[in-house]
Design a protein. Sequence first.
Lengths: 92, 278
Amino acid sequence: MVHMLLQVQDAQTAIDVAKSTNALLGAGIGLGLAAIGAGIGVGLIGSRATEAIARQPQASGDIRGAMILTAALVEGVALVACVFALLFKLIK
Amino acid sequence: MMALLQQPDIGRMIFEHTADAHFLEFPPFGRIPLPTGWTLFGIDVSPTKHVVYMLLAAIGVLVCVFAAKRSIVRRHRENRAPGGFGTAIEAMVIFVRDDIVLPAMGHGGERYLPYILTLFFFIMFCNFFGLVPWGSTATGNVAVTAGLALISFVVIEVSGMIALGAKGYLKTIVMVPPGMTGFGAVAMAFILTPIEIIGKLVKPFALCLRLFANMTGGHFVILSLMGLIFIFGSWLVAGGSVALILFMMCLELLVALLQAYIFALLTSVFIGMMLHEH
């Protein structure tokens, strides 16, 4: 009976280890994908903003303001993913 | 931290520097313990590090605004041209009024200007207090940003109730796209109502998480780069790390200002959307 309990113990630790490893794996992959999304998003914002400034240099102040605002909003989405990745690391 | 050069626990160092604590720490001088165990109706209201820094930010905002008022009054009395500290604060207030509140809310906007100004200045002071030596970012605590987002949520919904009346406000929840009648209207109402309710709840949630993640993320990066110095223990890595940390600190300054601006801007945009539903 004791050896059966020890087997259950090992299986439980194995499940715990697997859960925490899988949690870290999920967090890492999610974080990487979020970083890719943020990179592409901010890159698009920057490219369109510089194109617009090149076409109309007198509007560069307005365009720069809109660009910084939109970049902060897109970065916010990526950082929400960071917060959730941190959550995966912390909750076992 | 000095004794752990062989196997430094960087994760613990990062958490100790960014998380809340029941003491104020001024390394290498010492720490001031804060009283614990104050409860109000079962909720723990003891002053922790972030509460103390929030109070400091609030006092900072008050002192700033009163000093600005005294400076403007004195300049007006002496009949001098505008200039000085009061005019600088006035420039920021005019920026918030003309570029954040009035474009978003239109003519009914001046009623909510004090709240948006308070939000902007308070979040800015909280963020900046995290960047000075021995400071800690109160807005890097998800409870603080959740409180700010909750207050913004209440202001947005109550502004909608005041401006639209009870029936008009309910129409923003049980929403029917304009121009549909009969069975189509009922079906669309069934589909759109949960979406509208979720939308109303998600917008302040996003505000809270955006501010928290931006503030905490910046500090995590800076502290991780510092931890890198202790892991490698070499002068070359220290030089490169300090250069990167300097750059990240400059970025943090920009992000501190920008996140205060974005919180205020999004709150006023949401209030404006509620005021102009019809």
